[in-house]
Design a protein around this ligand. Sequence first.
Ligand SMILES: NC(=[NH2+])NCCC[C@H](N)C(=O)O
Ligand SMILES: O=C(O)CCC(=O)C(=O)O
Ligand SMILES: [Fe+2]
Length: 336
Amino acid sequence: MSTPKRTYHLSAEEAAEVENLTLRIAKEYTGPEDEQLLRDLPLLATELPVGQRRFLRDFALEDELGYCVVRGHVFDDARIGPTPQHWRGRPTPTPEFAEEILLLLHGSLLGEPFGWKTQQDARLVHDIFPIKGFETEQMGIGSTDTLTLHTEDAFHPWRADYLLLECLRNPDGIATIVSEPDLKLLAPEHLELLHEPNFLIRPDDSHLAKHNVTLGVDAEFSEIDEMKADDNRVAVLYGSRKHPYLRLDPYFMETPKDPAAAAALNAVNELLEASCLDVALEPGDVLIINNHRLAHGRQAFQARYDGTDRWLKRVSITTDLRKSHERRASATARLI
Ligand SMILES: NC(=[NH2+])NCCC[C@H](N)C(=O)O
Ligand SMILES: O=C(O)CCC(=O)C(=O)O
Ligand SMILES: [Fe+2]
């Protein structure tokens, strides 16, 4: 077996091919939530360069790396316009629909895109840019505080298998933080406790009713409230003992009363912090996160609020839509 590859650089020809593809698709569908688009994505994705598709399949099947990057996509910065002030109240489709399609095409090679009824007004493709008034919040829309390391939606059993972030703009090179810990470095007694259901992970603030307006969507904020108060303890490590998967969001976790479990959580947190790397995304980069292996965050920064701010698009991907069947409105519905 070859060593897993971290980055795929598109050639200039490939980049032009992909740009034409996404611009063409953008004319054929109504927006990122167009049911027909979501059905057609895997068919459309066969038009992506073969090297790019093989790279993504290798990443998924090898299940070795916590993240990889597809670099070199091009788009017209003038067409997408200034970085918006808020993700609410934007037109459908947005001027950056082609870039949303690019993100969805990547996702469709890894699984099925889905969204949360309790997050960003139940939109499927999220925007990550700083929003006035939220500077110090532990959410993607914050800025002046470091976004602490987390598994995306760590609290939820149906959290994403892959999380995709696409960079539209990042003039100050503000880094996404990635941490891919070598869990073998942990003491055997800590590993043992981390594999047992000793830990409470609370829903993060992006799922609170006060940050969402969900007209016409039967959002389950009451369930989020219950999850904020319940005693549903989970394991931080799971899967194989040899190369375990990881699930945590220390900022939204309670310190276990059992001192041994607290020490184990502390040990994995310290290892995560010691394993951090900066990845400064460039416009046209797609960062693919294996949400079972990587913890991620973002460096603190000063927002500009002048239309030139850092701007990412985000989508969650599941390899198994069926596991959330009970909560989706129909077999093809994408919101849970
Ligand atoms: N440690 C944390 N800050 N966890 C919450 C992560 C932010 C959340 N995923 C959002 O969309 O805003
Ligand atoms: O802004 C970034 O680089 C990461 C954002 C993030 O992790 C989030 O919004 O959950
Ligand atoms: Fe995140």
